[in-house]
Design a protein around this ligand. Structure first.
Ligand SMILES: [Zn+2]
Length: 170
């Protein structure tokens, strides 16, 4: 492959849920975002989120070790990683039965308080995500939930442990 002369290095990756149903996003600790290209045998190949803009960066993962080839031709996606994390938080809150009565504004405010560095505004796309998460949670009443914490009130500013199902980042 043409990769032979290119720079390779091991990168640290966190896998989170992607924006599409059943998709995964791979965030590198240095602030870039990758998506799955293909799985061949025991090698998972990822390509940069900015592939279509000409970024040549790829990652091959074997046995949990992520090796990046190439250099990015663009800035990091740290703001996008944070935006995605706070959006996910909105979904977690919306699907949390202890938070069920919160309106969209309060959900965004709560998510924002858990991710102070991220910035989101409550637009129609965010409202749809909240609504969808709520409907999804309502359709899955038999799923195991974390035991209720008596002190966790919806009005509480204190972070509440996210419910570790459905919208969990792995
Ligand atoms: Zn890139």
């Amino acid at each position: 492959m043409a990769e032979a002369n290119e720079k390779r290095r091991v990168v640290e990756v966190t896998v989170v849920r992607g924006t599409r149903i059943n998709s995964l996003r791979y965030n590198t600790a240095c602030g870039y975002i990758f998506y799955k290209k293909e799985q061949r045998g025991n090698v998972l190949r990822l390509e940069c989120y900015k592939r279509k803009l000409g970024c040549p960066c790829t990652i091959a993962m074997r046995d949990g070790i992520y090796v990046q080839t190439g250099e990015h031709n663009h800035d990091t996606e740290i703001m996008e990683q944070r935006r995605a994390a706070v959006l996910r938080e909105c979904e977690i809150i919306a699907s949390d039965p202890r938070m069920g009565r919160l309106g969209p504004e309060a959900i965004v405010a709560e998510a924002q308080s858990r991710h102070p560095k991220a910035k989101i505004v409550l637009n129609s796309a965010v409202k749809r995500r909240i609504q969808r998460a709520r409907e999804h949670a309502a359709r899955s009443p038999g799923r195991p939930r974390t035991p209720e914490t008596p002190s966790a009130r919806p009005q509480s500013k204190r972070p509440v442990t996210p419910v570790p199902f459905l919208f969990m980042s792995i």
